[in-house]
Design a binder for this molecule. Structure first.
Ligand code: B4P
Length: 190
């Protein structure tokens, strides 16, 4: 199985690259952000709780997102592999993911990090906010809070995969197609 973690700060291009990767490699796309926004649209209790945190630029509790991913793995037993997009976002989530995959005799093939500077992230997210109406993309203060959350809680996840020699990093600035080409080049070495 090919199990990829697509990593990077908010707005780095994880969702954008995932769409192209699932087509090329026939993988199941698991985006915790998309799943949470689905819960919000359906108005579930989980969605209502998550919305408060997401609108403030804060992470949703580990137990909630780990439970969601566990359900999705069980629901896709015949998958050729997965792209984890926006998950794991904490070291606790990374440990839980390793445990869930190990229980299925499986593991992460590699983490690919998209490197993008803060100014470009803010620019991209504000632009998306205008088009999508996503509340967490509309306000520069919330965007900066998301970047702070990323630096304090999510960036250490890279060390978790570095310790397993599974970490690869690429430049996330440039055209979507050029970045996709670089991502595929890394996948071919896994
Ligand atoms: P996500 O949905 O994961 O949001 P994101 O990080 O902003 O999206 P992404 O990084 O995929 O966007 P993309 O770059 O593709 O999370 C939202 C919130 O959900 C989090 O803040 C948190 O509250 C919660 N959450 C989710 N997962 C969680 C977890 N595991 N634990 C706890 N909480 C969790 O796109 C950004 C924009 O850039 C787009 O408009 C795109 O068109 C543009 N773009 C992409 N590539 C580009 C390029 N090369 N050049 C120019 N623009 C580009």
């Amino acid at each position: 199985m090919l199990n990829l973690v697509l990593f990077g700060p908010p707005g780095a291009g994880k969702g954008t690259q995932s769409q192209k990767l699932i087509e090329k490699y026939q993988l199941v796309h698991l985006s915790t952000g998309d799943i949470l926004r689905g819960e919000i649209t359906q108005g579930t209790t989980l969605g209502l709780e998550a919305k408060k945190l997401m609108d403030e630029g804060l992470l949703v509790p580990d137990a909630v997102v780990i439970g969601m991913i566990s359900n999705k793995l069980d629901a896709n037993k015949d998958a050729k592999g997965f792209i984890f997009d926006g998950f794991p976002r904490t070291v606790a989530q990374a440990e839980a993911l390793d445990g869930l995959l190990a229980s299925k005799n499986d593991s992460i093939s590699g983490m690919i990090a998209l490197e993008v500077n803060d100014d470009e992230l803010e620019h991209r997210l504000l632009l998306r906010g205008k088009e999508s109406g996503r509340p967490d993309d509309a306000n520069p203060e919330v965007i900066r809070k998301r970047i702070v959350e990323y630096n304090s809680k999510t960036a250490p996840v890279a060390n978790f995969y570095k310790a397993q020699a599974k970490f690869k990093s690429i430049n996330g600035i440039g055209s979507v197609d050029d970045i996709f080409h670089s991502v595929c080049g890394v996948i071919d070495t896994l």
